[in-house]
Structures are given as structure tokens and as C-alpha cells.
Design a protein. Structure first.
Lengths: 326, 326
DNA sequence: TTGTAAGCGTTATCAC
DNA sequence: GTGATAACGCTTACAA
């Protein structure tokens, strides 16, 4: 592989001049420039980015730590983030943590090793004490002290869902989510506010005895059977809000198998936007998270870190997207 | 950030000795080692990987170029590859090409810039002429000259599906896939062999007039409406093989809406393994691609490249996984 | 307008 | 056992 030296030699100039040409910096006589450009072409020279990054002390790589990129919403978010960061010259390194803290720590350490310039952290683990707050970390849907975060308006999502179901005349409500978002969890994630916003709004409207289902968190994989078992005794609910579209989809089936019609007898609202389930039977009515807007906020924060501009945490609004289930 | 020099100074030794300690290479007196280890800890020194990579001329990063990580099978493959490569110390850089050749080329160029050590290429684009065959490229499900590839046994998958449907007594067959895998496509991908294997096997058994549906390729997003329109006149088929589980899922719904019972009146076989659709109504009978096995082959090839061991292309066997649709 | 040389933080070769 | 020192390939003062 040709280096900048080879180019300089072939063009009969110094390496500094070559550097000026390939970076388009400083003055270079047109004639010299042409000689150098020819040499670059002849040798098919490509600057070694590792060497460049070494002097520049950066590398434009961002690690995205998430539980599992095959989870539908996380996958969409990953997609949006990669696309957005690409526009700004960043590349995304993927870390599927499978919720394992050890793997998360490996990627977090890459910040110290300079393997990545920043990390986007999406986790339910208790990594607070491992975070070096002086490094560029962005948390999604989770608060850590002195770490800027981006979150959807989860509380607002719960409010939206409650108001919508109330407006449709529902009387008996249920929330379904995993226990990491539950009222018994020691880690209070932003996601847990979906439940809180939902329940508080209902109570403000005089509805009580809201059924709160918590299933164990495990790799974000929920089987229909598990949920069925948890809800089978609640035949009288008529307004259900779930933590994700995937769960909503299962619930719709479960209640239809129980002889209920959705949305006539039971209304179901999911979370994430219903996009991923467009072709799978009923379109889920859902609280829509705008992954593109989130990606933009994240990108802005990464750029801010680089420019030494202080970051302030961001809440991204959600909307309700009407489907066939509520 | 502390450097190796700071550590050396604090420990009162030379930087070479520090390097020996942190890399566990060469002899170091226990006493010296301890002094250095203390200094490392006191300064919380982390070796700068960029600098290390600079001298070592590598960086353990692999780019994975694929159309869209939110596509269910690609997402699963991405997950498996990331997990497998992680075990071997590699990190995965994600490129969602959205089938755009320009973006693919950007990532392909990273090989020349040394930003990545290898690239895994999954594309339907005509990038043959852009590939530098002297660089570590691994193609998935696609042949390029002088580029090793890993592919599922797509032909075998078609054969399996045909034989299975025949054994179940089907008489009138249909294949559905996008036109990139079609008989009119200029690019012959490995995936197209699903169709070929299916049709050839049926013909060998004396079945002819196999209905071949080709829908336009577009970002791997297929709407149920589009497919419905293409198949609505074929009410008499009783054995359908589709290019993916997603399409199979739509087909099941379409035929049930047409008043057919699946699998009693029509049997449907999908492709990819049926995993992603477990909870969404009927479990799809499917040709299963083993993403873990594929990931292992890919990882082996990447390691081989590093060790200068020549790579030979690999076909990974598929199996049929029985569900509720055939 | 251009070239020399220092520096980025490592690893590895060689003397000592 | 250990420590200078020369790479690695680039950018950027600074001098010319």
C-alpha cells in the first residue's frame, strides 16, 4: 500500500505538500497540485485513516449499545441512528449486549481506549458506577447522573393512551409491561413512565382498580403463552395499554381467542408506532415513537460533545397512531 | 489521559518495559512488574488502541454491509455475526445500505483506508467492478469472481420445500419472490436458487405449469396488498413456497381471506426459519437458515484472512422447520 | 508556496 | 531484564 511518502517521492515534493493537497488545506500551486494528484492516482493512494486519526486524536466511530438489535423497536432505532450519523461522517459500531453487563462494560471501555469517540447507551443494567462522566456518553430512555439522555415522552405516551381509551368509552383498564418498568423494580427507567402516565391519568379521571400486569424481563422476548397465562382471568377489561406493539399483537390474539372482538369489546393500544406489524393482521393502534427525531437528537449530542458544547437532555414527543385495535 | 510515557516516568522505568507488562510479553522482574502495575492503576492508564493499531497495522473492526438491519432475517444474521465476531475480539461496524450502491462503496472504501480490517458484503447491486480482490471481502449469498462467499444452501432449500409439499399431496404449485431472484434478473444471486431448486424438483416429479410470481424488489418491504393483487386469480393452488417468512405470513392471511384454510386447502412454506413470527398467529412452516452456522463460517473466513490462510467458499445446509402452515 | 521536523502513543529491535 | 530508539503514516507549526 502506497503511503504519503511514496506519493511525495513520485511527485518530487515534500510530504507536507501532499498532505495539503489531499486535505485541501493551505496554498498549493496549481502545477504542484496536478503533479501530486497524478501521483496519487498512479499509486492509487488512500490515506491511512488510522494514522490520520492518531494525530487528530479522534476516529468518528460511535458505539451503540443495546440489548438486541432484532427487537423491532431497537432495530428501527438502530437503523435511524446509523443513517443519521452517516450523514455527519460517523460510523456506528454495534453492541448487542443481550442485557449482559459484562459486554456493556467492554464497549464502554472502548471510550477509554479511544476505539470509539462516543457511546450511545441503552440498558436496564445498573452501570451507573462504571460510567466515566467525563467521556461522551449518551443514554437513551434512562437517566444516569451527569449523563445527558434522550428519551421519548414516555409519561406523555401513557397519558395519550389513557385519554384515548377514556374517550372511546372504556371503563375497565389494564396495563401490561415487563417488570423492569414495573412498580417493584429498583431501576426506574424512563420506560416505566408509560405505566405511570397511564395509571395516573386514569386515576385523575376517577378510574381505579387498574389491572397492572408485570411479566419478567428477559431479553425482550415475550411468548404469547406467558402473557395468556397472566391475563386469562381478566375477561372484563375493555381498555388495554401495552408496553410494545409486539405485546399488543399477542394480546389482540389472546382476547380474540377468548371470544372477544377487538376493538368492539376490548380496545388495545401498543407502543412504538405499529409500523413493524403493518402486514400482520390488524394494524395496531399505537403510541408512536419517532425514531428519526430521536436519532437527530442523538446525533446533535454527539456533535456537541466534539465541539465541546454542553449537552442538555432531550424529551422527544410521541403521537398516537390510529390503527384497527382501538 | 495518561500515556505509556507517564506510566514509565511514574514507575521509574522505560516505556518498553511498560509495554512488556501491559502486553504480557517478554521477561520482566516481578518487582518491576509490580511497580508498573501500581503506576498503571494510579494513573488509570488505558493503552490508546488507535496508537497500538497504528503500529500493528490492524484494528479488528469488520464492516457489515446489508440492505436493512430491520429486515427480519438480516437482523438475525447481524445479531449472530456480531455475537460470533465478538468472541474473537472483532467489532462490527454496521452499514445499512438501503440498497444504495453509493453507500456500499463508501464502506467498501474503508478497507483501503484501513478503517476496517474486513467487510462482509450482502448486496444485490452490481459492485463487481468496484471490489478490490486483494482485500478481505466476504460475500453473503452472492458470487463475485475471486471473492469467497458464504451462502445458505438455497437450491437445497427449494428442493426441500418441493419434496415436502409433494409428500403432503399438493398438486398445483406456486413460487413467490422478488424479481432480483427472478428468472429475468440480470444479477443471478444465490437466493434465486430457491426458486430454481423448487421448480426443477417439481418438474422432475412431473409437475408443470408452476406459477411463478415475481414482485419488484424494493428495500425488502412487501405490502400485503401488493401480493394480494398478484395472486388473487390463483385460487386453485394448493402448494406455495415463498422467498421469506414475511411473505409467507401475508400469503397465509390472503388465502384465508379468500376463504381457504391453511394448511388444509393450501399449504404454505416460507423461508428463514419461522422464528420471527412465533407469536403472530400461525407458526410458519419454513426453510430454516442457521444464522449461527453462517456467522461461524464468516468468522472463520475473517480469521483466515488475517492468518493469510486461503479461503474457500462455504455452503451452509438448511433444514425444514415444521409449523402450522404446511 | 513549499519542505523539514516534531509529535501523536504504541510496539519491537537491539544493545547493554 | 531493561531502556533507548526507530518505526508506523499522518498533520501541522515553523522556516525558508
Amino acid at each position: 500500500m502506497a503511503t504519503i511518502k511514496d506519493v511525495a517521492k513520485l511527485a518530487g515534493v515534500g510530504i507536507a505538500t501532499v498532505s495539503r493537497v489531499i486535505n485541501n488545506s493551505g496554498y498549493v500551486k496549481t502545477e504542484t497540485r496536478e503533479k501530486i494528484e497524478k501521483a496519487v492516482k498512479d499509486l492509487s493512494f488512500k490515506p491511512n485513516e488510522i494514522a490520520r486519526n492518531m494525530t487528530l486524536q479522534k476516529n468518528d466511530i460511535v458505539a451503540f449499545i443495546l440489548p438486541n438489535s432484532t427487537h423491532l423497536f431497537f432495530g428501527e432505532l438502530l437503523y435511524s441512528v446509523e443513517e443519521e450519523l452517516f450523514k455527519y461522517g460517523y460510523k456506528v459500531m454495534l453492541c448487542n449486549s443481550s442485557e449482559k453487563i459484562e459486554k456493556e462494560l467492554v464497549y464502554l471501555n472502548m471510550l477509554r481506549n479511544k476505539i470509539v469517540d462516543a457511546v450511545i447507551l441503552l440498558t436496564n443494567n445498573d452501570v451507573e458506577s462504571y460510567l466515566d462522566k467525563s467521556l461522551p456518553i449518551i443514554s437513551f430512555d434512562r437517566r444516569f447522573t451527569n449523563v445527558p439522555f434522550v428519551a421519548s415522552d414516555n409519561y406523555g405516551g401513557g397519558v395519550l393512551a389513557a385519554n384515548y381509551l377514556i374517550s372511546k368509552g372504556c371503563k375497565k383498564f389494564m396495563f401490561i409491561g415487563d417488570d423492569a418498568q414495573g412498580i417493584h423494580s429498583h431501576v426506574m427507567t424512563e420506560v416505566s413512565k408509560r405505566r405511570v402516565g397511564f395509571i395516573e391519568t386514569l386515576e385523575q379521571h376517577g378510574f381505579h382498580d387498574i389491572i397492572n400486569i408485570e411479566y419478567p424481563l428477559g431479553d425482550y422476548v415475550v411468548t404469547k403463552e406467558m402473557i395468556k397465562d397472566l391475563v386469562k382471568d381478566y375477561r372484563d377489561v375493555d381498555g388495554i395499554f401495552t408496553v410494545s406493539d409486539a405485546v399488543a399483537h399477542s394480546i389482540v390474539q389472546i382476547y380474540e381467542e377468548m371470544g372477544k372482538n377487538v376493538p368492539n369489546n376490548v380496545k388495545v393500544i401498543g407502543y412504538d408506532g405499529g409500523r413493524s406489524f403493518l402486514n400482520f393482521g390488524k394494524k395496531i393502534t399505537s403510541i408512536n415513537q419517532d425514531t428519526n427525531a430521536i436519532a437527530i437528537k442523538i446525533r446533535q449530542m454527539i456533535v456537541n460533545y466534539r465541539m465541546q458544547i454542553p449537552n442538555v437532555s432531550q424529551i422527544v414527543p410521541v403521537t398516537i397512531s390510529k390503527g384497527d385495535t382501538a
